[in-house]
Design a protein around this ligand. Structure first.
Ligand code: GLC
Length: 657
């Protein structure tokens, strides 16, 4: 295409503008007299003068055109991407991944044994949930020592081996790091709660509020897990702050020693243990208002104000997203960059960010300084929070318009030149199959991998694992304190255990997860037919679609190309991904349970004819009635694309530029 453009431009330049300009210069220009003055080309004739001008013009025009082409090439140059941008990240909930020592609980050696499986998925980076010693109240998110390993999960030797095995396979490892709070069993808290004596070196490690009043907490702040964010400590005669469980006291980042201790812990893992980065937990909660002022109550729909009992009852103007929080993040980024430079290995700083979209930019850059490499994007996990404008009701369905809105809202708020990311679920949310529907598993994975930015996958989503049915979790078996603290009547509504059950490897004992007689959480009984082993054998399976999509994500247009929705209606969600000079991809999904036909040839970005790169028939999983509508490489008229329920079709054509 470029060549044709160039020829057309040269022809117009030479044939039309060239003579006009040359004639103009001949009669009104100074070249003729100049040549005489300096005695060059003394015998220049009018004809030669005309030709000379014509030639000069042609050279000028050619140079301008070349410059323009070079500029375009430069502007569209493939970016240099880091591993945390190119690789798909696989999140491992350690306790449920694979049990290597048959105690019923997953562990570090279990991960080592399954690294080849993870690699075979095409997911080359892992994020492991906390493996530090902990109080055991919040799945390891209540750390009791920042630089050791929980003995139930392994030893430091096991950890070293894990890092080595990961790197041997050209993979990367991210640790979960929890700077906002510790366990109440941490030595720092044990010491800090002893007294308020200035000689106590740990006195200011936590957020304390001295008071004789044991009944009324200092203010209305509410914990993320419900109830007051304050608990009274009899020994110290003061309230301490905990934005999560009462067993997770908040660290005080205005105490210089705390900052130093935590930074040293991070350096330990980055420098001495060679990890590739961190997913930093609950970062927005690091600082709170110095004056402990109340937070405003959220007005409910009727204009009435709720009593602050639940986290969502308050606007978190005093306990989250504070200025100092953002400033600290820029310091940490500098620390990460320094380490990357010194060791010549890029380390990733990824932060959990459940803030409003409008605040997201501050996690990428603050005061003109870079902050996180990226802030985790929860848009797809929040699918159930979309409000239908017509009815004012929450519309949790995976409707194309909802999906479009979620994506656009996020992309609009993302600062220019920053890197996006997607994940459809994690250890705090219901699984896709349970939250949205089993029929959406492949489409949700396709969205995760194909929209652009880094894709993060929660273990088990590759086979479409389903939440544990409620009747399978007795109160005594509940592990998550967030649920347990509400007692036998309410735990089922609050616990996050359902999405944390042991991985379903096979249809054998304990789903091939452990050979112990009891596993730490019950296994979903559907493991008999829903497991890795069977999906590897099946002609078509979620696992196979998953692998194909992870691979497709490696194509330049999917890695860094532009994103543009094409047709979005009640059934179809379609978008175009295009990187300059590479084949574009038109992704078309039918989100409905009925067949449909769509004209995608709606603007000049779309070629009249596309070739099938990938087709997944979503409506049927039974190989016997498996009828492929489209075959790879077959041509398709984009004016008339037919899709069966839940189909996914990806087309391509030659790059236009
Ligand atoms: C994050 C974690 C969650 C944990 C909480 C407190 O939100 O994802 O599992 O309970 O922080 O650490």
């Amino acid at each position: 295409m470029l060549n044709i453009l160039r020829i057309i431009a040269y022809t117009i330049g030479s044939v039309v503008f060239g003579p006009i300009l040359a004639v103009y210069l001949t009669f009104y220009g100074d070249l003729y007299s100049l040549s005489k003055t300096y005695k060059i080309l003394e015998k220049i004739s009018d004809e030669w003068d005309l030709l000379l001008h014509f030639g000069l013009f042609w050279i000028g025009f050619y140079s301008m055109l070349s410059l323009w082409i070079e500029y375009k090439k430069f502007k569209n140059k493939p970016p240099k991407l880091q591993w945390w941008q190119t690789e798909t990240i696989y999140q491992i909930y350690i306790r449920s991944f694979f049990d290597s020592n048959n105690d019923g609980c997953g562990d570090l050696r279990g991960i080592i044994q399954k690294l080849d499986y993870i690699k075979s998925l095409g997911t080359n980076a892992i994020w492991i949930t906390p493996m530090y010693p902990s109080g055991g109240k919040d799945g390891g998110y209540d750390i009791s020592s920042f630089t050791e390993i929980d003995p139930t999960l392994g030893t430091m030797n096991d950890f070293d081996d894990l890092v080595e095995e990961v790197h041997k396979r050209n993979m990367y490892i991210l640790l979960d790091f929890i700077p906002n709070h510790t366990s109440n069993l941490h030595k720092w808290f044990q010491e800090s709660s002893k007294n308020n004596d200035p000689k106590n070196p740990y006195r200011d490690y936590y957020v304390w509020y001295p008071s004789e009043d044991k009944i009324n907490p200092p203010n209305n702040w509410v914990s993320c897990f419900g109830g007051s964010a304050w608990t009274y400590n009899e020994t110290r005669k003061a309230w301490y702050l905990h934005q999560f469980l009462k067993e997770q006291p908040d660290l005080n980042y205005r105490c210089p020693e705390v900052k130093k201790e935590v930074e040293n812990a991070m350096k330990f893992w980055l420098n001495e243990k060679n990890v590739d980065g961190f997913r930093v937990d609950a970062f927005r909660h690091l600082f709170e208002d110095r004056n402990f002022e109340d937070e405003p109550l959220v007005e409910n729909k009727n204009g009435l104000k709720n009593a602050a009992l639940e986290y969502d009852d308050l606007e978190h103007t005093k306990t989250a997203d504070q200025t100092e929080t953002f400033e600290l993040l820029t310091e940490w980024r500098k620390m990460f960059d320094d380490i990357s430079r010194k060791t010549n290995r890029p380390r990733a700083l990824i932060v959990e960010c459940t803030s409003d979209l409008k605040d997201i930019g501050k996690y990428y850059e603050y005061n003109k300084k870079p902050s996180a490499n990226f802030a985790l994007n929860f848009q797809f996990c929040n699918m159930n929070k979309i409000v239908d404008i017509n009815s004012n009701e929450i519309d949790s369905s995976y409707r194309p318009k909802n999906v479009e809105k979620l994506i656009n809202d996020y992309l609009k708020c993302l600062p220019k030149n920053s890197w996006s990311n997607w994940h459809t679920g994690n250890h705090d949310n219901m699984r896709v199959a349970s939250r949205i529907g089993e029929e959406y598993v492949d489409l949700a994975n396709a969205l995760n991998f194909l929209i652009g930015g880094t894709s993060i996958v929660y273990y088990g989503e590759e086979i479409g694992m389903i939440d544990l049915p409620k009747e399978c979790l007795k109160f005594e078996e509940c592990q998550d304190e967030k649920g347990k603290k509400y007692g036998p009547k309410e735990y089922l509504e609050r616990t996050r255990d359902f999405c944390r059950t042991p991985f379903q490897w096979t249809n054998g004992k304990n789903s091939g997860f452990s050979s112990s007689d009891k596993t730490w959480l019950p296994i979903n009984p559907n493991y008999k037919f829903l497991n890795v082993e069977s999906q590897l054998k099946e002609y078509r399976s979620h696992l196979k679609v998953f692998k194909d999509l992870v691979n497709l994500r490696r194509s330049p247009s999917f890695q860094w190309g532009s994103y543009k929705t094409i047709v979005v209606n009640d059934q179809i969600f379609s978008f175009l991904r295009r990187a300059y000079g590479f084949p574009p991809f038109l992704v078309v999904m039918n989100f409905s349970n009925s067949s449909t036909q769509v004209n995608l040839l709606i603007n000049s970005d779309i070629a009249p004819r596309g070739y099938v790169v990938y087709y997944h028939e979503g409506s049927s999983y039974n190989p016997s009635d498996y009828k492929l509508e489209y075959k790879v490489k077959s041509p398709v008229l984009t004016k008339n694309v037919k899709l069966n329920p839940f189909d996914l079709l990806i087309l391509t054509w030659a790059p236009s530029e």
